[in-house]
Design a protein around this ligand. Structure first.
Ligand code: ARG
Length: 285
């Protein structure tokens, strides 16, 4: 696969899809473990194989690089076992960095750690927020609209703060199922105007908003959502998603995307997968 160049596919009955090369930030799970429980997936009494987590993570990084994406890494810190979930580290739009402020004390130190990485790497336009927000875990950019989760982690008051900082419209969505505690566990942006989501993860009002904004959205089954199939990263053509989400992969292929299966089973023990390990760095236009 050539890297750096946009890749295209099309056929008479399917829309043309284009992959746009992205800049991503990831964190090696060198200190990954499940030592506390802040979501229903985490069982500290069950063993975690850190070596296997590292191998699965390296595989994901290779898949991104093979598809032409640039992967930056942040140094993992001892005592921060969830730091591998880079998506939670910040939200970056137009070169502006909204730092993360975590809900749980176990992850509080990750906010400043990620912010320091940005400052050290030339990202000067940053905001230390007033309100709790867990980065791209709850903020997903779809075209010029920021979809914003709340209900479990990100404070709804953060949504206004994000809108003011980025200057893009923010659409708040309320999550209601504790197994899908971050927006990126229940919804994935496929292109500027296409998403896929699991309706049951959202409040009735938020489901109605999603139907109104995205009448043609791809809807995930319970089985696919349950293996974290929606914790996916799309570059516009390739959709990197847990390989166990076979139904979603077929639905994506039907729509002209190229599903790329990932295996992060060891990270699922902390309630995270593909997208959770991936933070998109968006430069100014
Ligand atoms: N154990 C982590 C937590 O509960 C997992 C975070 C997953 N990240 C994500 N973007 N959904 O906070």
């Amino acid at each position: 696969m050539p890297s750096g160049e946009p890749q295209q596919t099309s056929s008479p009955d399917r829309p043309a899809r284009t992959a746009r090369p992205r800049e991503l930030l990831m964190c090696r799970p060198a200190h990954y473990d499940v030592t506390y429980s802040i979501n229903p997936w985490m069982h500290p009494e069950k063993p975690v194989d850190t070596a296997l987590a590292l191998a699965q993570w390296e595989q994901l990084r290779s898949l991104y690089e093979d598809a032409g994406h640039t992967v930056h890494t942040i140094e993992p810190e001892q005592g921060l076992p969830d730091m591998v979930f880079a998506a939670n580290g910040a939200t970056v739009v137009d070169g502006k960095v909204l730092a993360a402020r975590f809900r749980h004390v176990e992850r509080t130190a990750e906010g400043p750690a990620y912010l320091q990485w940005f400052l050290n790497n030339g990202w000067a336009d940053t905001l230390w927020p007033e309100h709790i927000n867990e980065g791209e875990g709850d903020y997903l950019l779809a075209g010029r609209r920021l979809l914003a989760g709340t209900g479990f982690r990100t404070d709804a008051r953060s949504h206004a703060e994000a809108q003011e900082f980025f200057g893009v419209p923010v659409t708040g969505l309320t999550l209601v199922d504790p197994r899908f505690y971050h927006l990126d566990t229940a919804l994935s942006v496929l292109s500027d105007d296409e998403i896929m989501y699991y309706p049951d993860a959202f409040s009735p009002g938020s489901r109605a908003v999603l139907r109104e904004l995205y009448p043609d959205a791809l809807l995930a089954s319970h089985a696919d959502a349950d293996v974290f199939g929606l914790n996916a990263f799309s570059d516009g053509l390739h959709v990197f998603l847990p390989q166990a989400a076979t139904g979603l992969a077929a639905q994506l292929a039907e729509r002209g995307f190229e599903p790329v299966g990932t295996d992060l089973s060891e990270l699922l023990k902390a309630g995270g997968s593909t997208k959770c390990c991936t933070l998109e760095l968006r430069r100014p236009a």
